[in-house]
Design a protein. Structure first.
Length: 141
C-alpha cells in the first residue's frame, strides 16, 4: 500500500469517526459545521459523503485540530464511563458547575476551539497537564 493511499484511508477513517461521534451526540448539520469550523458550503449531503467515506474533511489545520480534540473528548468519555457508553451522550448535555452551569456542548458551540480545550481539559488531566507546560521534577537516584 502506498504512502498516499495510507494517508487517504486515514483521512477517510478520521472523517467517518468524527461525523459518527457528532451524530451520536444528536447534533444538527449547522452545529457540526460550527464545531469543526467548516465553511457554510458543508450541507447535510456533504456530511453523508463524509460518513460513507466518499469524502474527507478538508485538509485544513484548524479543522483537523478540532477533529482531534473531539476524538480525544470521545476517548476520555469512553475511559471515564467504560461500563455505560450512553453516558457520554448524556454527559455532553449535562450542566456542570465548572462550566458555570452550562453544558459542555454549549461551551464548545459558543466558544469554539477554546470551548473544546476547556472540555477536554476537564476530562483529560494529561491534556491539561501538557497545556501548562508542567514537567516532572528530576529525582535523585
Amino acid at each position: 500500500m502506498s504512502e498516499t493511499s495510507v494517508k487517504q484511508q486515514a483521512q477517510k477513517d478520521l472523517s467517518r469517526s468524527v461525523v459518527s461521534l457528532l451524530e451520536s451526540w444528536g447534533l444538527s448539520t449547522q452545529d457540526m459545521q460550527d464545531m469543526l469550523s467548516l465553511p457554510s458550503s458543508y450541507r447535510a449531503r456533504k456530511f453523508n459523503k463524509l460518513r460513507e467515506g466518499n469524502e474527507v474533511l478538508p485538509d485544513d489545520e484548524n479543522v483537523l485540530r478540532r477533529a482531534g480534540y473531539l476524538l480525544r473528548i470521545s476517548e476520555a468519555l469512553r475511559t471515564t464511563y467504560p461500563c455505560n457508553p450512553e453516558m457520554a451522550g448524556r454527559w455532553i448535555r449535562m450542566r456542570h458547575r465548572r462550566f458555570r452551569h452550562k453544558t459542555p456542548l454549549d461551551m464548545i458551540l459558543n466558544q469554539g476551539e477554546t470551548g473544546l480545550i476547556l472540555v477536554l481539559s476537564e476530562l483529560d488531566c494529561t491534556f491539561s497537564w501538557d497545556l501548562t507546560g508542567s514537567v516532572l521534577p528530576k529525582t535523585r537516584c
